[in-house]
Write a protein that binds this ligand. Structure first.
Ligand SMILES: Nc1ncnc2c1ncn2[C@@H]1O[C@H](COP(=O)(O)OP(=O)(O)OP(=O)(O)O)[C@@H](O)[C@H]1O
Ligand SMILES: O=C(O)[C@@H](O)C(=O)CO
Length: 429
């Protein structure tokens, strides 16, 4: 008897949870059915029925050895699923520490795939991430002038991606400049060959528009490993005859949402700061989490839930640790970067678990690390992709304790100031 299951075409390893839904969103909108799993599924032998599989890891800021080990485990599981091509997804702002983990994970994946060449391209023009002369721009600013210079865990102070990546790998890093990209797939492929003859193994790509992403998509059709933000995924579905003429029409579909609404914000990025500000100023119920109270052992989770019980059912409830860079710096100096991050993440995760117990069924989570902590605490193992709220942020659904929950994982710097209000409108109108 022949199996009715199709073999997945694309296997993706995402280094954080918001990044995974961002990538899955672009694949779904491009016409690829996509399953997003949280780590390797418990029953790893079951074959998944989808065009693409996106595995979410929380490996962006862990030690580089752990990031390599986890990424390689996912690689071999994706290979056991029969995928044709591997996609390593990192942040559109190239978030990494001095040690990596982008360079070391690329190295390990290239070696494991016995491959000698790949691309590195965080560009995502729809979210205003473009690359020119190897320099990454966030909107009109260089990466190093953007809010990313103050990121609590991965401050980005150099916009030159060739230089940043070269400091994380022994492989030679090169550039395919905009003149070449704009000429189309053939020119890009021939530049790949000339770079390889110069010993380059990883090529950073300039990108200004979705058209560039489509050119790149054709040029990398047969590349065993792609490494990129979510933008490069826009040019891939057509390689398998799956592209849509109208990408916006292929939003994912979810069952109707029910239950109460809440937002958990652990991101201190510029966009999240403005979203929290906007939401507070509109008079919505907000609970602020003070890292110093966590450090002294106060039972902030209990306080938050007691507070929630008196407001639940009215408007969406916001729980936030979001703060301006100066406040974050003060906290980090007194408590330590890692301890502060962990305390806030653990607190928001425990609040999430108890919110679901008291009837919250629609949850927006802001921040990649924060999302990772919350999704793990809720013991979610798979997410379905639904309609897009803003570029890079779809609604998803998942099962928690047998109940269907709608969840949006918002990357720190994605979305406009009224993102939280829009999110619930998009789901319920
Ligand atoms: N007031 C605060 N002081 C110190 N650290 C904080 C504070 N609030 C949050 N944090 C920590 O800052 C980190 C923010 O990272 P997170 O990935 O959640 O957000 P982000 O970087 O803005 O999002 P993304 O990775 O999607 O761009 C988390 O570890 C969080 O616990
Ligand atoms: O690429 C992005 O900016 C996001 O998907 C992300 O990874 C933020 O954590």
């Amino acid at each position: 008897m022949t199996s009715l299951l199709r073999k997945p075409l694309l296997g993706c390893i995402a280094d954080d949870f918001t990044g995974a839904t961002d990538l899955a969103n672009n694949l779904v909108r491009g016409g690829m059915s996509t399953v997003q799993t949280i780590g390797i599924p418990r029953d790893s032998k079951v074959l998944l029925d989808a065009d693409a599989i996106v595995v979410a890891l929380k490996s962006r800021t862990i030690s580089k050895d752990d990031a390599i080990t986890q990424s390689l485990e996912v690689l071999s599981w994706l290979q056991s699923q029969g995928v044709q091509q591997i996609y390593f997804k990192y942040c559109s702002t190239f978030d990494s520490t001095k040690e990596g983990n982008i360079g070391p994970v690329i190295d390990a994946l290239l070696t494991a795939l016995n491959s000698k060449f790949t691309i590195a391209c965080p560009a995502f023009p729809e979210a205003a991430r473009t690359i020119y002369r190897g320099h990454l721009f966030v909107g009109n600013e260089l990466l190093s002038d953007s809010g990313m210079k103050n990121h609590p865990l991965t401050p980005m102070t150099d916009s030159n991606l060739v230089r940043v990546l070269q400091s994380q790998t022994n492989r030679k890093v090169g550039l395919v400049d905009y003149e070449t990209i704009s000429k189309g797939a053939e020119a890009i492929s021939s530049k790949f060959s000339s770079l390889q003859s110069e010993g380059v193994e990883i090529a950073v790509l300039d990108v200004l528009s979705n058209q560039d992403l489509h050119f790149i998509g054709s040029a990398i059709a047969n590349m065993p490993l792609i490494t990129a933000g979510s933008g490069v995924a826009i040019g891939l579905p057509r390689n398998w005859g799956l592209g849509q003429s109208n990408e916006a029409s292929s939003d994912g579909f979810l069952k109707q949402a029910k239950g109460y609404q809440a937002i958990l914000a652990g991101s201190c990025s510029l966009a999240t700061n403005s979203q929290v500000d906007h939401f507070r100023k509109a008079g919505n119920p907000c609970f602020c989490i003070d890292p110093f109270a966590l450090d002294t052992g106060e039972d902030v989770v209990r306080q938050a839930i007691t507070w929630a019980q008196s407001f639940i059912g009215q408007r969406p409830l916001l729980f936030y640790a979001t703060a301006q860079p100066e406040e974050v710096a003060q906290v980090q100096t007194k408590i330590g970067i890692d301890r502060a991050g962990l305390l806030v993440e653990m607190t928001l995760a425990q609040i999430a678990v108890q919110l679901v117990e008291i009837g919250i069924r629609q949850l927006v989570i802001a921040g990649g690390e924060t999302s990772g902590a919350v999704i793990k605490a809720l013991k979610i193992d798979q997410m379905n992709i639904g309609p897009q709220i803003a570029p890079g942020v779809p609604w998803t659904s998942a099962v928690v304790n047998g109940e269907q929950i709608h969840i949006a994982l918002k990357s720190g710097n994605f979305g406009g100031a009224d993102f939280f209000e829009n999110a619930f409108r998009r789901l319920n109108d």
